[in-house]
Ligand binder design. Structure first.
Ligand code: PNS
Length: 160
């Protein structure tokens, strides 16, 4: 059997403990897990793609089979280029499902050879999102336990 390469795509602006929980689970299942950071977004991100990649590399150092990369354009094109067979997406609650199903089916239409696999992070992270973390940090709220310490530091430096 050939190696199973999976791509875990996202904005990761910034990486949260929920993302990390999913990466840990994915690293146990797939031979190679590529965390794909989306570069082009209509809305300006808080962290540049380079900063997001840097933080992700730092917090995923413990997993030798996990790679952090940046991608641009269509996800399925990137998945094809990386010779991956699987897209991993996290589902926290039922509310995530509708959008995720739509994306998964559209990606399947674009590239039938690629399977999307949904994984659930630990229930502790079911209400956690990068958007909320950014908002809380911007208003000076407590973000301990929501993001890795290195991200906490970066957020504090970004939003004094
Ligand atoms: O972390 P996010 O913002 O929920 O991730 C969304 C992401 C990056 C997975 C999605 O926006 C994406 O795949 N963008 C790349 C462009 C693309 O392929 N769009 C068609 C999706 S059906």
């Amino acid at each position: 059997m050939s190696e199973i390469v999976a791509v875990y795509p996202g904005s990761f602006d910034p990486v949260t403990n929920g993302h990390l929980d999913l990466i840990a689970r994915g690293a146990k299942i797939f031979d190679h897990l590529i965390v794909g950071v989306l570069q082009n977004r209509e809305k300006a991100p808080l962290f540049s793609a380079a900063e997001r990649v840097e933080m992700l590399r730092e917090v995923t150092r413990q997993w030798p089979t996990v790679e952090v990369d940046v991608f641009d354009g269509l996800l399925v094109e990137y998945v094809r280029r990386r010779q991956a067979r699987v897209i991993v997406r996290g589902i926290r609650a039922v509310s995530d499902y509708e959008y995720e199903l739509q994306m998964a089916l559209m990606n399947r239409r674009l590239e039938p050879q690629v399977e999307t696999i949904f994984m659930m992070p630990d229930a502790r992270y079911s209400y956690l999102s990068s958007r909320l973390v950014r908002e809380i940090a911007q208003f000076g709220g407590r973000i301990e336990g929501l993001v890795p310490p290195v991200v906490e530091e970066r957020l504090r430096a970004k939003v004094p």
